[in-house]
Ligand binder design. Structure first.
Ligand code: NAI
Ligand code: MG
Length: 494
């Protein structure tokens, strides 16, 4: 998803950004109740882009009331399913019409290369809305034969008001993964975007108005996690909370949700194993392994961050991946030639640097990278570490940066045990030409997604989510509809 998809544009048109950005509640643009704002920062320079309304519990409460009213009394859950699909398709069309502008805004606010945003984030976002527009009139129950003179059937009804808290790594796409199924099923929504990247969510608020969603169906409260996010997770009038982010906060969401036992779905961290077998086509596996970790600067929950390579080919794969890492062009995401931008924030920059430091102090060897790139902004060099042990922090914990640990393995038994030796279980990769080995390993790996001879392949039709501490539930595909509906059994005496 990197070099091959380079845009031909020489420059990226800087997006227009309003200096003050309000909240979107009940179809209206409002300042926060407290009047407070916070800056969103360009990670390539560390400078503020604009001020954004700082929503808090009071604003969340207004947004939940608006969503509740839209759910209880509004047209949205009552309109025909196909009409809901038409509105969702209009949103998809509007996103498509504005895709260059949205890709530039995403690049500015998040730091990711424009060329990745336009080649990956935008098409996946548009497809996601279209895919769920198509589901609206295909959500139906069953008739069920039971004992006795009864006619029984099931219905799938919207779960109600949904709170959605998303991260900053793929802002538009994470929003689409959340909004698509929620809107298709007839729920109403309060979205809390990540404080690091609120701008594309707010621009979508404007497109929501143009697409013709009734007031209150979608509400956007920008603000911080500990205040706005926590308020949404704990709110007694929210029926379901959907969260993507750190495992640590996922556990807090779970506690907050206990008050009214709202439904919870969680898409959390990972430390995904990527396995290169000696019989793999290394011409494909080497760039594949590099892209598995370096795509989106390693800021992917499913990043292939633990690279296991069969001993026979370890040196060759290590050299190849290191060579790829050296060649990556690091720079401002708004520069069309850039292949890797800055990390999203000063906090993430410090976090990744502290992992690099911990790797060094625990005895890992840096083959390539390992340093800050440039002197301003939050750039880190693509990094390959070797000589690591299973108990090192760089092997066990999610770094969420462009840092891969490479480890030699003797055989498939060893690799299976090592790959599963993690508290996470989001994704895994296997590179081999042996079809039996591929499928055997795929079933042995405790992970929600297994990619064979590919990595980071996403489609709205494919479920995604984690085993173990990588989460609860599956997003996308048909599976996610279950997270946004209640099943009602109706039983009639004949
Ligand atoms: P985070 O989990 O704190 O933030 C994700 C979202 O949760 C943001 O919208 C944030 O405002 C919100 N949030 C934070 N605290 C909350 C709370 N107490 N209640 C409700 N909502 C809350 O992640 P952060 O701090 O941005 O990144 C830290 C680490 O988390 C990363 O280094 C990475 O390891 C992991 N992460 C994983 C992601 C994934 O896609 N699974 C995405 C982002 C981060
Ligand atoms: Mg946090």
């Amino acid at each position: 998803m990197s070099a091959a998809t380079a845009t031909k544009a020489r420059t990226v048109k800087p997006p227009q950004v309003k200096p003050q950005q309000p909240l979107f509640i009940g179809g209206r643009w409002l300042d926060s109740v407290s009047g407070k704002t916070f800056p969103t920062v360009n990670p390539a320079t560390g400078e503020a882009i604009c001020q954004v309304a700082e929503g808090d519990k009071a604003d969340v409460d207004l947004a939940v009331k608006a969503a509740r009213k839209a759910f209880e009394d509004g047209p949205w859950p009552r309109m025909s399913a196909s009409e809901r699909g038409r509105v969702l398709n209009r949103l998809a069309d509007l996103v498509e019409q504005h895709k260059e502008e949205l890709a530039a805004l995403e690049s500015l606010d998040n730091g990711k290369p424009y060329r990745d945003a336009i080649a990956a984030d935008l098409p996946l976002t548009i497809k996601c809305y279209r895919y769920y527009a198509g589901w609206t009139d295909k959500i139906h129950g069953k008739t069920i034969p039971v004992d006795g003179p009864y006619f029984c059937y099931t219905k799938h009804e919207p779960v109600g008001v949904v709170g959605q808290i998303i991260p900053w790594n793929f802002p538009l796409l994470m929003q689409a993964w959340k909004w698509g199924p929620a809107l298709a099923t007839g729920c109403t929504v309060v979205l809390k975007p990540a404080e690091q990247t609120p701008l594309t969510a707010l621009r979508l608020g404007e497109l929501i108005c143009e697409a013709g969603f009734p007031d209150g169906v979608i509400n956007i409260v920008t603000g911080f996690g500990e205040t706005a996010g926590a308020g949404l997770a704990a709110h007694s009038q929210v029926d379901k909370i959907a969260f993507t982010g750190s495992t640590e906060v996922g556990k807090l969401i779970l506690q907050a949700a206990a008050g009214n036992l709202k439904k919870v779905s969680l898409e959390l961290g990972g430390k995904s194993p990527n396995i290169v077998c000696a019989d793999a086509d290394l011409e494909v596996a080497i760039p594949g392994a590099a892209s598995a970790i370096f795509f989106n600067h390693g800021q992917c929950c499913c990043a292939g961050s633990r690279l296991y390579v069969e001993k026979k080919v370890f040196d060759k794969v290590l050299d190849g991946v290191s060579e790829q890492a050296k060649r990556i062009k690091v720079g401002s995401g708004m520069d069309p030639g850039t292949e890797m931008g800055p990390l999203v924030s000063a906090e993430q920059f410090q976090r990744v640097n502290s992992y690099l430091e911990s790797g060094r102090s625990q005895g890992a060897k840096t083959v390539v990278g390992g340093q800050r790139a440039g002197s301003k902004g939050y750039f880190v060099e693509p990094t390959v570490l070797v000589d690591v042990k299973p108990d090192m922090k760089v092997v066990k914990e999610e770094i969420f940066g462009p840092v891969v640990v490479a480890m030699p393995v003797s055989d498939m038994n060893e690799v299976q045990a090592a790959a599963n030796e993690t508290t996470y279980g989001l994704a895994a990769g296997i590179w081999t030409n042996d079809i039996a080995k591929a499928h055997t390993l795929a079933s042995q790996l405790r992970a929600g997604t297994v990619w064979i001879n590919c990595y980071n392949i996403f489609d709205a039709a494919l479920p995604f989510g984690g085993y173990k501490e990588s989460g609860w539930g599956r997003e996308m595909g048909h599976d996610v509809l279950e997270l946004y509906t209640e099943t009602k059994a109706v039983c009639v005496k004949l």
